[in-house]
Design a protein around this ligand. Structure first.
Ligand code: NAD
Length: 506
């Protein structure tokens, strides 16, 4: 039985692509105007505009959502294994289209090495979910209840239409980390990435169109805040990744509609280095965790607390290693730190550095934004003389900056790490992994790397929640991720003809 009013649009083979003349509905109240203006999109490497945002009109988005809703029941009726086959076919198509996707991502982000890693992680996630989801979605047998003649048969129904809204720092990874389990669960999905990095949409859509069963339930749209807001107004569940302020706006809009929202927001991840830690190991891990993607990751290490007895040694080692990490310029394929993607973020980084320098911080290495051939770069920056009165210690910087502060006792280290509105992830280093685990248990963060850093960049198997203002909703990682897109049902089956004793006596 259909569980929503009969849809009026005919089921298309594939969902229409907005911007491709899909709109046919009545055009009132600005319905024919794009939901966001044709904003210039800049390429961070030459630092110039090379693309114009093509947001859908209200009518086009409505048509897309309608088509996805029409296709969803058949998608959900397919067996989990059949949906898994479509995910594998999409992974294959993404690999065939890999060079186009990577070229678009290079223009979106200025990154080559990291974009290849991102694509590989996305393809691996498709294959992993295809392998795991059927086992997780298997039908559960009926079990007896406390009432002898009533059995309980557990079932689950997918949310019909899921909206995925993602940020600019890891465009496909942070779109598909939620879209894939939603599709595996049986939902239709609309993905709207950031207006800062929209070019990969066309390349990924071309790959999806090679898998008609999947293209019918997966829409991708370019757009900014206007399109995002219209999407929140159109879907049944929102999976949002982005900043705390936008997350609040999205949560308010979702609350108004009484639809669930999963928020994955900002972070200010601490690393704690205990007195007995292996400093060679810790500095290598923290350097990567704080400067990969030029620090433009929610899970970057953004502040480091080191036992006072090892502070000078730690800073020296970290700075020596940091000075050896070059810029991904002129050849981005050779690795090193790429450009700052969003010009607005470069402004925030500059403000945090200025604030720290004014209050007495010192850059042991790096420390100055550089303009090179139009791009804006920052070499790995190690700051000393920092304290929690500085923005660089308390607000999300999103740059390759490692401010290092000494602590005297573990209690002090925990208090400093906890002095933050964020609780995304963290890292703890100690000679004894179990001692580090015990210290980690005192931290309010969803994923804590022990004797390593920022592991959730590459490892998505462990279930975790975002703590404090870093987000709300179920785990986006591990098997529990699937459950976010399912509504549990209990089919309560009355066996036999016995009359329930609480019925009216007739
Ligand atoms: P942002 O909040 O500015 O934008 C995120 C997305 O929201 C974009 O697609 C944007 O177009 C959309 N949007 C804007 N206004 C909207 C509205 N009113 N309704 C619906 N959608 C709207 O974030 P950003 O600058 O793109 O990304 C950086 C932020 O994302 C950082 O704070 C970072 O920590 C966070 N982030 C979090 C995670 C995580 O997993 N927790 C991962 C990566 C990035």
């Amino acid at each position: 039985m259909p569980d929503r009013p009969e849809a009026t649009a005919p089921a298309p083979e594939t969902a229409p692509a907005p911007g491709a003349g899909a709109g046919t509905g009545p055009e009132t109240n600005g319905a024919s105007a794009p939901l966001d203006p044709a904003m210039p999109v800049h390429d961070p490497r030459p630092g110039r505009v090379t693309h114009t945002l093509a947001a859908p009109t209200r009518t086009e988005l409505a048509d897309l959502c309608r088509a996805l809703r029409v296709a969803q029941p058949a998608w959900e009726r397919r067996s989990p294994a059949e949906r898994a086959d479509a995910l594998v076919a999409f992974a294959d198509a993404l690999e065939r289209h890999g060079e186009n996707v990577l070229a678009a991502l290079a223009a979106d982000t200025g990154r080559v090495v990291e974009s290849r890693l991102e694509l590989d992680i996305t393809v691996a996630a498709l294959r992993r979910w295809a392998a795991n989801a059927p086992g997780l979605l298997g039908a559960a047998p009926e079990r007896p209840s406390e009432i002898p003649w009533i059995g309980i048969r557990p079932a689950a129904r997918a949310y019909e239409l899921v909206g995925v809204i993602s940020p600019w720092n890891s465009p496909p990874l942070l779109s598909f980390i939620d879209a894939i389990p939603a599709l595996a669960a049986g939902s239709s999905v609309v993905v709207k990435p950031s207006e800062v990095t929209p070019r990969f949409v066309a390349a990924v859509r071309a790959a999806a169109e090679e898998v008609p069963a999947l293209a019918a339930v997966l829409g991708l749209v370019e757009g900014g805040a206007g399109t995002g807001a219209a999407l929140v107004a159109s879907v049944d569940l929102v999976a949002f990744t982005g900043s705390v302020p936008t997350g609040r706006t999205v949560a308010r809009a979702a609350a108004e509609r009484l639809i669930p929202v999963c928020l994955e927001l900002g972070g200010k991840d601490p690393a704690i280095v205990c007195r007995d830690a292996d400093l060679d190991h810790a500095t290598s891990a923290i350097l990567w965790g704080g400067t990969a993607n030029a620090g433009q990751s929610c899970l970057s290490i953004e502040r480091v607390y080191v036992h006072a007895d090892r502070y000078a040694e730690f800073v020296g080692l970290l700075a020596d290693k940091a000075a050896k990490v070059g810029l991904a310029h002129p050849d981005p394929a050779l690795g090193g730190l790429g450009p700052i993607i969003d010009p607005d973020q470069a402004g925030v980084i500059q403000e945090h550095l200025d604030d720290a320098y004014t209050q007495g911080a010192r850059a042991v290495c790096g420390g100055t934004l550089e303009r090179i051939d139009g791009g804006t770069y920052l070499r790995p920056t190690v700051l000393t003389g920092v304290h929690h009165g500085m923005r660089v210690m308390t607000e999300e910087t999103f740059g390759p900056i490692l401010p290092v502060m000494p602590f005297a006792t573990e209690d002090e280290a925990v208090a400093l790490a906890e002095d933050s509105p964020y609780g995304l992830s963290a890292a703890v280093f100690a000679a004894d992994a179990e001692a580090a685990v015990a210290l980690a248990a005192r931290l309010s963060a969803g994923a804590i790397s022990i004797n390593d850093a920022a592991l959730t960049a590459v490892l998505h198997e462990g279930e975790k929640n975002a703590f404090k203002q870093s987000g709300i909703g179920g785990s986006r990682m591990g098997p529990a991720s699937l459950a976010r897109f399912l509504r549990r049902q209990s089919l309560l089956v009355h066996r036999g003809s016995v009359e329930d004793p609480w019925w009216h006596r007739l």
